[in-house]
Design a binder for this molecule. Structure first.
Ligand SMILES: Cc1cc2nc3c(=O)[nH]c(=O)nc-3n(C[C@H](O)[C@H](O)[C@H](O)COP(=O)(O)OP(=O)(O)OC[C@H]3O[C@@H](n4cnc5c(N)ncnc54)[C@H](O)[C@@H]3O)c2cc1C
Ligand SMILES: Nc1ncnc2c1ncn2[C@@H]1O[C@H](COP(=O)(O)OP(=O)(O)OP(=O)(O)O)[C@@H](O)[C@H]1O
Length: 563
């Protein structure tokens, strides 16, 4: 690991990871979102109440259930190791574990490594909001498994310690899990394998592919020959592959072996994290029921799928885009399930460019996941998959102004405040703040990527580092090299200044045309001048001593055909 000049974590309110800040709130209290707040500035996503969410989930489970005549023909005990697949619907590992056994033990290991620090810059590996989302996912998974005659064993510790010991105690013939692709997860897979071999009772470890819309085995090329250009990949899979139907799961999955203590869903304080309440913006509800509820809400209840392509570049509020990403990242919903719901919508309501475009975006998600196999660790390295050489700054002050939303550019500051307050930022916002960090501030892109890793509810190593390497111009496709002009982006995507005024309160009293360029007296100095475009409309643009990126690429303007 590279020595980090930032070996001590930056001071920031999100870094509340000490055991003496204990909060005793039970996980159930995390589900509460008062009506008063919803009417004010917090939007629950999905906006369904608990009753409607349970009813929608129940109906969806029935729609995607295997007929009750389906029989399992396995013997003995199988262990199902849940990872980033916290769902019942369309869960191939769950189906395999059920059908290959007569007793099934579902397990989740709360790996302490998830709550340590990021690789280079020692930020919290999992921020408080994502930690809370995960706990909600576990509570909901347990509930949904119990409805089917199972339960979820929750243990704190490393999978390589927990799983071999369970395999021994329960005499399991197989441990089944979904396959991951990045080196941290692959290392855990290797350790679990070694641990199981060490036990010596012949327990097999079986991995199943299940995170993408197109199955890895159905690709028309070896994954190591993945095209470097997204469009080639998309055209090739669209022409030559079929998306498999989602796997139907029986209504009853029991029995489980008898277990003395199934373990509680931990409180955040037990994870060494303090509860962070969402005080503004979107408050996402974790779990499969909420994920299925959001699909129902966005497609069927609000009928928004048919306008997705026109609205998807928005930044304010829950409905300009699907907001499926947090549930996809934890595997609470599968892309194949979304695909089937799109098809159903197209046959029952309307098929148009918008209904297709959600699939187009999900193909980007697939692409980055397959790319992580092809690129390996180069995805995380400074030079990226193309090993681009360049000089980058790691100026701490500049970085902190970006992180804390104090750059003097309202559109950057608003997006960064949204990220730390809610754990979410729009795709448009992510592209703008990424370009600003890399091109205008000249900072090492990994600082931004690791801060996203801390904060994002939908953090996924493949999509996060894949998009950052593209944004930094070090991705595998040399043509993806973009500069986002701040004035243009502000004008095109927030023309009335509503978004910036929502997140930067003092801008609210300014006339709309001034909100993006308030100047130092009404707002603050800008921390760096812009490389292209005007540098602050009255603000005092200072020159950064840390310098910009001086790599061997051109910094061309965005071509807007990327993700
Ligand atoms: C710098 C940067 C970092 C990002 N980090 C992540 C990340 O860690 N996790 C993550 O899920 N997405 C990441 N994205 C991609 C994208 O911004 C989010 O997926 C999207 O904003 C989520 O909102 P949504 O579900 O409403 O998206 P929608 O616009 O409704 O799209 C539907 C789905 O398509 C997929 N998708 C859309 N755009 C992309 C994309 N560019 N790359 C991969 N998948 C995409 C997502 O699964 C998304 O849920 C990142 C983008 C950038 C520019
Ligand atoms: N799931 C993941 N999330 C975040 N980062 C990941 C994940 N999986 C792998 N990585 C990153 O992959 C990289 C591992 O690469 P590598 O083994 O080359 O590291 P290293 O040799 O320690 O790197 P360097 O020599 O640059 O310090 C690390 O940056 C690690 O954090």
């Amino acid at each position: 690991m590279a020595a980090s000049f930032l070996s001590s974590p930056f001071s920031h309110p999100l870094r509340r990871f000490t055991l003496h800040h204990l909060s005793n709130k039970p996980v159930s209290s995390l589900f509460l979102c008062s009506a008063a707040k919803m009417n004010g500035h917090v939007y629950r996503v999905p906006a369904l109440d608990e009753e409607e969410m349970a009813s929608v989930a129940g109906k969806t489970f029935e729609r995607y259930a295997l007929p009750s005549s389906a029989k399992r023909n396995g013997k003995g005990t199988a262990i199902l190791w849940f990872r980033n697949d916290l769902r019942v619907l369309d869960n191939d590992a769950l189906y395999r574990a059920w059908s290959s056994s007569d007793t099934l033990l579902p397990v989740y290991c709360l790996d302490p490594r998830l709550f340590q620090t990021t690789h280079y810059f020692a930020f919290p590996k999992t921020g408080a909001l994502r930690g809370a989302f995960l706990m909600e996912c576990l509570a909901d998974l347990r509930k949904n498994l119990m409805r089917r005659g199972l339960n979820l064993l929750i243990r704190s510790g490393k999978p390589e310690d927990i799983l071999p010991s369970l395999a021994k105690d329960f005499g399991a013939h197989t441990v089944l899990a979904h396959k991951e692709t990045c080196s941290e997860e692959l290392q855990v897979e290797r350790l679990v394998d070694q641990g199981l071999k060490g036990v010596g009772n012949g327990t097999k470890l079986e991995f199943i592919w299940g995170s993408t819309m197109y199955h890895k085995d159905d690709l028309p090329f070896d994954v190591l020959d993945l095209p470097d250009v997204y469009t080639q990949f998309r055209k090739s899979v669209e022409a030559k592959c079929r998306i498999r139907s989602s796997t139907r799961i029986p209504i009853s999955l029991g029995p489980t072996p008898s277990v003395d203590n199934w373990g509680d869903v931990p409180t955040l304080s037990q994870l060494g994290t303090e509860l962070q309440e969402v005080t503004r913006g979107m408050r996402f509800v974790g779990g499969e029921s909420a994920g299925v509820g959001r699909v129902f809400e966005y497609f069927w209840k609000k009928d928004l799928l048919k306008v997705y392509k026109e609205t998807r570049n928005g930044m304010l509020g829950p409905d300009y885009s699907t907001k499926f990403s947090p549930w996809l990242a934890f595997g609470c919903i599968s892309p194949r399930f979304i695909y089937e719901e799109v098809q159903r919508y197209e046959s029952e309501r309307v098929a148009n460019n918008s209904t297709y475009w959600v699939l187009f975006e999900l193909i980007w998600r697939d692409y980055f996941r397959f790319l992580s196999i092809k690129c390996g660790n180069s995805l995380f390295h400074l030079g990226g998959p193309r090993n681009v050489q360049g000089e980058w700054s790691q100026d701490k002050k500049l970085f902190e102004s970006w992180r804390d939303g104090k750059t003097g550019y309202p559109i950057i500051d608003a997006n960064m405040k949204e990220l730390s307050t809610t754990g979410f930022m729009s795709n448009r916002g992510r592209q703008i703040v990424c370009s600003f960090l890399v091109r205008d501030m000249g900072l090492d892109w990994r600082m931004g990527a690791e801060w996203f890793e801390t904060c994002l509810l939908d953090y996924d190593p493949c999509s996060n580092y894949g998009n950052w390497t593209y944004g930094a111009g070090v991705g595998n496709d040399p043509r993806e090299d973009r500069y986002f002009s701040i004035p243009k982006q502000a004008q095109n995507y927030d023309p009335e200044g509503e978004y910036v005024a929502f997140w930067v309160q003092q801008l609210r009293r300014l006339p709309k045309e001034k909100r993006h360029w308030p100047g130092r007296l009404m707002y603050m100095d800008t921390v760096v001048p812009l490389k292209h475009g005007h540098g602050g409309g009255g603000g005092n643009a200072q020159t950064s001593k840390s310098g910009g990126f001086r790599g061997n690429h051109s910094g061309r303007r965005s071509r807007h055909n990327g993700p």
